[in-house]
Design a protein around this ligand. Structure first.
Ligand SMILES: [Zn+2]
Ligand SMILES: [Zn+2]
Length: 112
């Protein structure tokens, strides 16, 4: 299956959201807080679901840097100093996306 790649990444630091356009035409949208609390790194997720940390209090978090990693992921750094999250493209495109279309599928998960 061909990899879906980002064609444009727009970071709106002032209102804390990120948009990614994909090579398949989809436009994704994420809040910085959402990406931080769903950080996929080993220290946030643990080695089993039971070890996953519940991350809260990040409403005002901002992305400080976005670095492409190879052709498969973005490394996203946050202004709380956390910079070990590698967000692979399929995860960003399918699992983490908060556009209207995806949010209606995963709304219950967003209520906290
Ligand atoms: Zn993490
Ligand atoms: Zn989407």
């Amino acid at each position: 299956m061909p990899q879906t790649l980002p064609t444009a990444i727009r970071n709106y630091a002032a209102d804390g959201h990120l948009e990614i356009d994909w090579s398949d035409g989809h436009q994704s949208r994420y809040s910085h807080e959402h990406l931080r609390v769903r950080c996929p790194c080993a220290s946030c997720r643990g080695h089993t679901p039971a070890q996953a940390k519940v991350i809260t209090g990040k409403q005002n978090i901002r992305i400080s840097a976005i670095d492409p990693v190879g052709n498969y992921a973005l490394k996203i750094s946050f202004d709380d100093g956390h910079d070990t999250g590698l967000y692979d493209f399929s995860q960003l495109r399918h699992t983490l996306c908060q556009c209207n279309e995806h949010q209606s599928e995963s709304r219950t998960e967003e209520i906290q």
